[in-house]
Design a protein around this ligand. Structure first.
Ligand SMILES: NC(=O)C[C@H](N)C(=O)O
Length: 581
């Protein structure tokens, strides 16, 4: 390591000065790297003078590669997915990977060899992205609900290690997967962005480069807590999108909802359109889906025998695609009779329009799908019918509710978001304030500090509750990389820590790595309060510090039996809690 270096910005120099206790670091001075990475860096001989550590603001994105045209190559005139090729090929492209930075920061040793890092962004941040490739890679027309469940489970398993997720997927059934994931992902707080391309990324003229790059940038830079679909410079709500063109790069549309973001010269997020869970519940994936569902498109002259055959057991839920604003023939009692019989025997029938744009009117017997896409209605049925603890009426009620922004809120009688309410817009106008700004409680100040950061520092539990209920994100990071949780820990606001944890806030991988040393110092100083709060925040009490000793060892070395006993109590409490979970 270049100890003798005099350059103020030399990485090794700054690192050697960086204290291991992030809470003692003046955030304006430096952003500490976690000790794991520091250890690697200190043993890395390739380190030369480089950019200041303060610029090393990294976000992590997991890319799940399920297949699709984006990674296909031509074999005997046919496009087929190519296994184990994507990462290696991207690594050669400077647009997708900064090899110099990766070498200087020992990126591969720490994050693994399936990881790449984007060049420094305009906002001086880096996106480190790691690939998880499925085997076999699939053309999306071969996908089933089992594949959706697998994607959901992988996201759940990796949720705490990444800031956002990108799913590479074929375009043919992309809107179905996006819709299904939007329902399966409950209380989502981080972006999940599905993308792909019409032309493989390896071809000279292709749309894969722009689509993947745009998806990575949005997933790594913005806390949009939705399952989205990114295509041709636009970010759509996943469950509002549909494939409309197989011969154009502009292949998707969201007929009943404006895009969540557009990527032109700048990436502009329409925050007033972003859907939020508005909950203090923790993120979880509900991977169970019911396959006894179907889409039935009415057409002039359809026979009652066809409808009867379609509605036979084991069918449990049907999306009936009717004409115009939900019309079916009113001179066909035979058809209506079939539908009525099926409903009486417990089949849930959703009424959706065949029109690309517009909504269906409420009608007796059938559940109005309002302005839902057929893809969203079908996957919602599949999700709702799999809820074993609900009876039929409760399932019907759930189908009629707006669960993830899949239908316009005012149509479903749900609570309005600011954008939907004419009343609020008028008031906002008269007060000379913008609905757009007011609707995003996750916007930060110049330093990226959000209202939740401030409330967490102040220990104002009521305000924290209110902000979470209004959709504030627990994952916002300020300029120093601090989250509301790390702020609450620093200022020892125990109740706020508990509430944030309940909502799904967690330490980053770096903070967890660093925790061992912090816990040892708290133990050595007999700081019981500090130990309790770090434990509540999710730190592993058995994590060894820089000298290989865990907190309990540090307490023993200090000869403090009270601390040893206290740590013992905390450990058994944690063990009991994990048994319950
Ligand atoms: N453009 C594409 O990705 C189409 C391909 N058949 C798929 O859906 O997997």
């Amino acid at each position: 390591m270049a100890d003798s270096c005099n350059n103020k910005t030399c990485l090794s120099r700054v690192l050697s000065q960086t204290t291991l206790d992030s809470t003692d670091v003046d955030p304006a001075r430096t952003i500490p790297l976690h000790p794991g990475r520091k250890r690697l860096l200190s043993s890395c001989t390739s380190i030369e003078c480089t950019e200041p550590v303060a610029l090393r603001n990294e976000a992590r994105v997991l890319v799940i590669n399920t297949g699709g045209t984006i990674g296909m190559t031509l074999n005997d005139e046919v496009l087929i997915p190519q296994a184990n090729a994507f990462v290696q090929n991207l690594r050669k492209l400077p647009l997708f990977h900064d090899e110099k930075y990766a070498q200087e920061t020992c990126l591969f040793e720490y994050y693994g060899y399936k990881s790449l890092v984007l060049p420094l962004s305009k906002s001086k941040s880096r996106i480190v992205y790691t690939f998880l490739e499925y085997n076999p890679l699939l053309d999306s027309s071969n996908m089933t609900t089992d594949d959706w469940a697998k994607i959901g489970k992988d996201i759940e398993e990796n949720y705490e290690n990444y800031d956002g997720f990108v799913i590479l997927h074929g375009t043919d059934t992309m809107a179905y997967t996006a819709s299904a994931l939007s329902f399966m992902c409950e209380n989502l707080g981080k972006p999940i962005i599905i993308t792909g391309s019409q032309v493989p990324i390896y071809e000279m003229r292709n749309d894969g480069i722009d689509n993947l790059l745009g998806a990575l940038l949005i997933a790594g830079q913005f806390v949009i807590p939705e399952v989205c679909l990114y295509f041709y410079n636009k970010l759509y709500r996943g469950n509002r999108s549909t494939k409309v063109d197989n011969g154009s790069f502009n292949a998707f549309a969201s007929p009943n909802l404006t895009p969540l973001a557009t990527a032109e010269v700048d990436i502009t997020i329409n925050w007033d359109t972003v859907w939020r869970a508005n909950t203090t519940e923790r993120f979880k994936v509900s991977p169970k889906l019911n396959r006894n569902v179907g889409l039935l498109r009415l057409f002039p002259g359809i026979t009652s025998a066809t409808v009867r055959a379609f509605l036979q057991s084991p069918m449990e839920g049907v999306v009936l695609e009717t004409y115009g604003s939900g019309n079916a023939p009113d001179n066909r009692p035979d058809l209506l009779n079939e539908l009525k019989e099926a409903t009486n025997s417990g089949v849930i029938i959703m009424n959706c329009t065949q029109c690309l744009r517009g909504t269906v009117l409420k009608d007796a017997g059938l559940i109005a799908g309002h302005d839902m896409t057929p893809e969203a209605a079908l996957s919602k049925l599949s999700y709702v019918l799999a809820q074993e603890d609900l009876n039929l009426d409760e399932k019907k009620m759930m189908m009629a509710q707006n669960l993830r922004g899949e239908m316009s809120a005012d149509l479903a009688g749900a609570k309005l978001c600011l954008r939907d309410s004419r009343f609020i817009q008028v008031i906002a106008k008269s007060l000379n304030i913008s609905c757009k700004e007011g609707s995003n409680l996750s916007l930060g100040d110049y330093d990226g500090r959000t209202p939740l950061h401030v409330a967490a520092c102040e220990g104002n539990l009521k305000l924290v509750e209110y902000l979470l209920g209004q959709g504030a994100t627990v994952y916002a990071k300020d300029r120093y990389g601090d989250t509301p949780l790390s702020n609450a820990v620093r200022f020892r606001n125990k109740d706020v820590v508990k509430l944030l944890r309940k909502t799904g806030a967690h330490f980053s991988k770096e903070e967890l790595d660093e925790a061992g040393t912090k816990l040892c110092s708290l133990a050595a100083n007999a700081d019981l309060d500090g130990l309790e709060i770090w434990s509540l925040a999710g730190a592993d009490l058995n994590k060894p510090g820089y000298d290989g000793q865990a907190a309990i060892g540090a307490a023993q070395t200090a000869g403090n039996q009270e601390v040893v006993a206290f740590l013992g109590q905390l450990l058994s409490k944690k063990a009991e809690q994990s048994k319950v979970m």
